[in-house]
Design a binder for this molecule. Structure first.
Ligand code: FAD
Length: 441
């Protein structure tokens, strides 16, 4: 079997490794248009902030290590420029030799990721504007910060990347502005929970501009915000979201779903049974409602890679859907979510009840006790858990436990019965997760 893979990072490289584990004989060739494969996208903000000392620490594998350890060929600086479905070939531009050639496949796996959305800012070309998606983006930004002696940044967008970069740019000694279009940062959080993060940002001297956008870059390179404020920043980091990098699939006539991602079935097959798609480029479905959903996160890409590999080796396991479990560190605070927020449930007109509490993340008498808020939305009749959010230290553990509970079909009352590890530095004899179960009665 000859399997070609488009994209050599989270989805693509993981798929190739999984397939090799399941099939020792398959011929596997990965095409990666950039010069670096298998790097940790998620670690890039922390490299820029100096928490990760060496860029090499972000690289999990190289073409040489893949060849040697896994017998997988990775062709870097090789960009797939066309999928020729009727011939079952792809056309590749080799940027090293500057030649174009075709390669045939039995199965094709498409994992080209996403591209950053560029916000509508007047005179964008006047500014020093960056996005953070590829390893190249990271190296360029790192070099410019040093060589051009940047002292201040305007982060455009208060989602995961904007928030992580706020902490990391502060760690690099910068003046940080964060401009967020909506009235709260990380707007998938309940407003009260977002406010905890906003206070944390302000306490760490981040200039927060909520309900505002960058309207234009003035001639003197200062920035005019939509609320009339003028700010100075040496550069802008654009982090307002991403869109699926789907042009090859579109050109090949593969179906696109209503959320804009490539449509796949629960085995990651597109509507061409020999072409699979995984990662940020696809439309998957919601674990709870079964409705189409797009969640551009690493767990999702890794799981989809496994599901595709199992299907290709004729030992299928179906994807169960996405809960959208996610977490973000903002200085000393953490915010984590799983499943649906109240506003998402209201939008879908799904009736729900909410249990919430604020307590300490561990025994109050043990040093370092701080506030942890937890909220769970559930079905009033069946107790089905629709979603949960937590903010504060220890948010990770609580949301992961609740994610597991949802996955296992537990109800909100079952949360009472979970036996959670306790010693004073970690929890309380009744963990906040248990307490939510008692409160939900
Ligand atoms: P990618 O990992 O982006 O890989 C796609 C690759 O395909 C790219 O290297 C691209 O060059 C290549 N490619 C594209 N087109 C072609 C072509 N035509 N031919 C050949 N190669 C091509 N997720 C989390 O869960 N937690 C986090 O903390 C987190 N932090 C993140 C921080 C940052 C800064 C970024 C950018 C992302 C973060 N993510 C995080 C998201 C996560 O990295 C992505 O969901 C994941 O990488 C998606 O995998 P993918 O394979 O779809 O895309």
């Amino acid at each position: 079997k000859k399997v070609l893979v488009i994209g050599g990072v989270a989805g693509g490289a993981t798929f190739a490794s999984q397939l090799r584990m399941l099939d020792e004989e398959a011929e596997i060739i990965v095409f990666e248009k950039d010069g670096t494969m298998s790097f940790a996208n998620c670690g890039m903000p922390y490299y820029l902030g100096g928490f990760v000392e060496k860029r090499e620490h972000l690289i999990a594998a190289t073409p040489e290590s893949f060849q040697e350890k896994k017998k997988i060929e990775v062709r870097i600086r090789h960009e797939v420029i066309r999928i020729n479905r009727s011939e079952k070939t792809v056309t590749i531009k080799d940027h090293i030799k500057d030649v174009t050639y075709d390669e045939s496949y039995d199965k094709l796996v498409y994992s080209p990721g996403a591209v950053p959305v560029v916000p509508d800012i007047k005179h964008l070309d006047r500014g020093n504007c960056y996005s953070l998606r590829s390893f190249k983006d990271m190296l360029k930004l790192d070099e410019h910060i040093t060589k051009r002696n940047y002292q201040s940044v305007c982060l455009v967008g208060g989602g995961f990347i904007g928030l992580e970069m706020a902490e990391n740019m502060k760690a690099r000694g910068m003046k940080v502005h964060l401009v967020q279009r909506s009235s709260h940062v990380l707007n998938l959080l309940e407003p009260d929970f977002s406010q905890v993060l906003e206070k944390e940002l302000i306490d760490h001297d981040v200039d927060l501009h909520l309900s505002a956008t960058v309207e234009q870059i003035n001639e003197d390179r200062s920035l005019k915000l939509s609320d009339g404020t003028e700010i100075e920043a040496d550069f802008l980091l654009l982090a307002v979201g991403i869109k699926p990098n789907k042009h090859l699939a579109e050109a090949a006539g593969l179906s696109i779903g209503i959320t804009g991602g490539v449509r796949v079935n629960e085995y990651m097959q597109t509507d061409d049974p020999d072409i699979y798609a995984i990662g940020d480029v696809i439309e998957s479905f919601d674990f709870i409602t079964g409705k189409p959903k797009q969640v551009p996160l690493a767990w999702v890409a890794h799981r989809e890679a496994y599901v595709a590999a199992r299907h290709i080796t004729d030992d299928p396991v179906a994807f169960k859907g996405i809960l959208g479990t996610a977490i973000c560190k903002v200085f000393e605070q953490s915010a984590a979510v799983v499943g649906h927020s109240g506003s998402s449930l209201r939008k879908m007109e799904i009736p729900f009840e909410t249990a919430e509490l604020t307590s300490k993340q561990h025994a109050g008498y043990y040093p370092g006790a701080s506030s942890l808020s937890l909220m769970v939305h559930f079905c009033p009749d069946s107790g089905t858990i629709y979603g949960a959010q937590a903010v504060g230290q220890g948010a990770d553990k609580r949301i992961d436990v609740i994610s597991t509970a949802i996955n296992g079909g537990l109800s909100v009352l079952d949360l009472q019965t979970l036996e959670i590890a306790y010693a004073p530095p970690y929890s309380a004899p009744k963990d906040p997760v248990n307490m939510i179960g008692y409160k939900a009665v």
